[in-house]
Design a protein around this ligand. Structure first.
Ligand SMILES: [Zn+2]
Length: 284
């Protein structure tokens, strides 16, 4: 298939984590590579480039995106348990606060024009049975849904580790059964407990988006694709089989020694081009 056609069918997205974690100052490099889609992952509430919920900061962030012709199409909800952002925390008071905080993400999504919010509804450090994990995930999801409905923003539930797989998420989505809820397939996470291609096959038409990154099949390295051991030709074949067309969102952030943020963004773009070549070969 023609490269220009493929670029339209599978435009590149790059999560803000490719830049310094709390600073989106390198969007000019996105523009230089023609990367037009951003997933905004603020990580901390006092992110230098975007304080979610702060009117002035939001306007400045929107202006920055406009300047570099980058569309923030998704937001990653706050998730760091050590900052009290775990919506399934063992402490009900922490859960409540984390859910309140992340409920604000939907208004924020509406303000910046994002169509979905990626959420973590599981913490691998908390020992729970699969049934208990499902229970707390569902509790959190049901509390987020009114804000999703009010703003027309979808929720993409992300697969995490061994006990929070696409199978678990499918169970959750079967129970909640809501048109605004779908899946964000994290390809790197999938490769740590199964294979990305097998997990992709289980997503069906629930797939809202991706987190594409690589690893050595042992740790969640968040490398640029082709720097790790994931079988990318197999992932591309599975992607074509799924029929998903939309953004290929890269969520790599581990730079090589001495690699600058700008070099890293360029390398992400080259990995994207390589993936398009694989898609082209697989579709021939
Ligand atoms: Zn991810």
């Amino acid at each position: 298939m023609d490269l220009a056609v493929l670029k339209k069918q599978y435009p590149m997205g790059l999560a803000s984590t490719a830049m310094d974690l709390d600073d989106f100052g390198h969007l000019s490099r996105y523009a230089r590579n023609g990367i037009g889609i951003l997933e905004a992952t603020p990580i901390v509430t006092d992110n230098k480039s975007w304080k979610v919920g702060n009117e002035q900061s939001t306007q400045a962030f929107i202006n920055l995106c406009r300047k570099y012709r980058v569309r923030p199409n998704s937001i990653h909800a706050f998730y760091l348990a050590e900052l009290g952002h775990d919506m399934t925390d063992v402490d009900p008071a922490v859960r409540k606060k984390a859910i309140e905080l992340n409920s604000g993400m939907f208004e924020a999504a509406a303000e910046i024009g994002a169509s979905y919010v990626v959420v973590h509804l599981f913490n691998e450090k908390v020992r729970r049975s699969k049934g208990e994990s499902l229970f707390y995930a569902k509790e959190a999801l049901l509390q987020l849904l009114p804000q999703a409905e009010r703003t027309g923003t979808s929720i993409a539930v992300e697969n995490l580790y061994h006990d929070w797989t696409i199978e678990q998420i499918n169970k959750l989505l079967d129970e909640v059964n809501h048109p605004l809820v779908g899946i964000c397939l994290d390809v790197g996470h999938a490769a740590l407990y199964s294979t990305a291609q097998d997990e992709l096959a289980l997503c069906g038409n629930r797939l809202l988006g991706f987190h594409i990154h690589d690893n050595g099949l042992e740790d969640d390295d968040h490398l640029i694709p082709f720097r790790g051991k994931i079988d990318w030709p197999a992932v591309c074949s599975a992607l074509l089989k799924n029929g998903y067309q939309g953004t290929l969102m890269y969520e790599s952030f581990s730079r090589e020694e001495g690699e600058t943020v700008d070099q890293f963004i360029d390398a992400c773009y080259h990995a994207y081009l390589k993936m398009l070549e694989l898609l082209s070969a697989a579709s021939a």
